[in-house]
Design a protein around this ligand. Structure first.
Ligand code: PXP
Length: 240
């Protein structure tokens, strides 16, 4: 199991004061030193946290792969083709949302996505779709040409936070079935969203999932006990 550390919310703190600190690049370097397998960042249309310059600087200094989450727009594709991260994860984006709310609708967008991802794949960038744990979305991802999917663990995390054990079990069953199905189609399987030190272990135990992308909770814990320790605590839980 690999850990992708999402450093977006380091930039959220920086941008709250429109200043230069904390620098998400420093966090990316510390995450790498603590054992992170990947750095993940989401350049949003409104640049509310990281921006293109953060992406450029991170790619310059880190040695682990970089995963750029982005909406499937022309502007973002240009950014990806200019900076060449190792992977692009396509996510839906709505300006008014606090964070990504649902998975990409690969079923409705299939024909568009098929064309959209061609230049990315030709540039040697792995393309992953962030999708809900649904058979139809997984099939459509494969048909559109995705190399991988990232399963949306938000509904599981919400159930966990609400202490609704029945829904937790239900969401875990959905994640397990979706991971198995995606892997059987030949897709690589990742997962993320809303994962915390408390709820990460059952997801980390799903054998088909190769990688988890975690952001908010790592930064939240970093504020309390430091960035490196926060990354190490997550690594301990997901690798054991
Ligand atoms: N994976 C994807 C595709 C995301 O959009 C996000 C949020 O940017 C994450 C993982 C990380 O979610 P969280 O910040 O809740 O850990």
């Amino acid at each position: 199991m690999r850990l992708g550390v999402n450093i977006d919310h380091v930039a959220t703190v920086r941008n709250a004061r429109r200043t230069f600190e904390p620098d998400p690049v420093h966090a990316a370097v510390l995450a790498q030193m603590a054992g992170a397998d990947q750095i993940t960042l989401h350049v949003r249309e409104d640049r509310r946290h990281v921006n293109e310059d953060d992406l450029r600087r991170i790619l310059e200094v880190v040695h682990v792969p970089v995963n750029l989450e982005m909406a499937p727009t022309e502007e973002m594709r240009e950014i990806a083709l200019t900076h060449r991260p190792h992977r692009v994860t396509l996510v839906p984006e709505r300006r008014e949302e606090i964070t990504t709310e649902g998975g990409l609708d690969a079923v409705s967008l299939k024909e568009f996505l098929k064309e959209y991802l061609k230049p990315l794949k030709e540039a040697g960038i792995e393309v992953s779709f962030f999708v809900d744990a649904e058979t139809a979305q997984i099939e459509a991802s494969l048909e559109a040409g995705a190399d991988a999917i990232e399963l949306h663990t938000g509904p599981y995390a919400e159930a966990f936070n609400a202490r609704d054990q029945k829904r937790v079990e239900e969401e875990l069953r959905r994640l397990r079935a979706a991971a198995r199905f995606a892997k059987s189609l030949g897709l690589r399987v990742y997962a993320g969203h809303g994962l915390t030190l408390q709820n990460v272990e059952p997801v980390a135990r799903i054998p088909e999932i190769e990688e988890l992308n975690i952001g908010h909770s790592i930064v939240a814990n970093a504020v309390i006990f430091g960035f490196e320790r926060s990354v190490r605590e997550f690594l301990k839980r997901i690798k054991r």
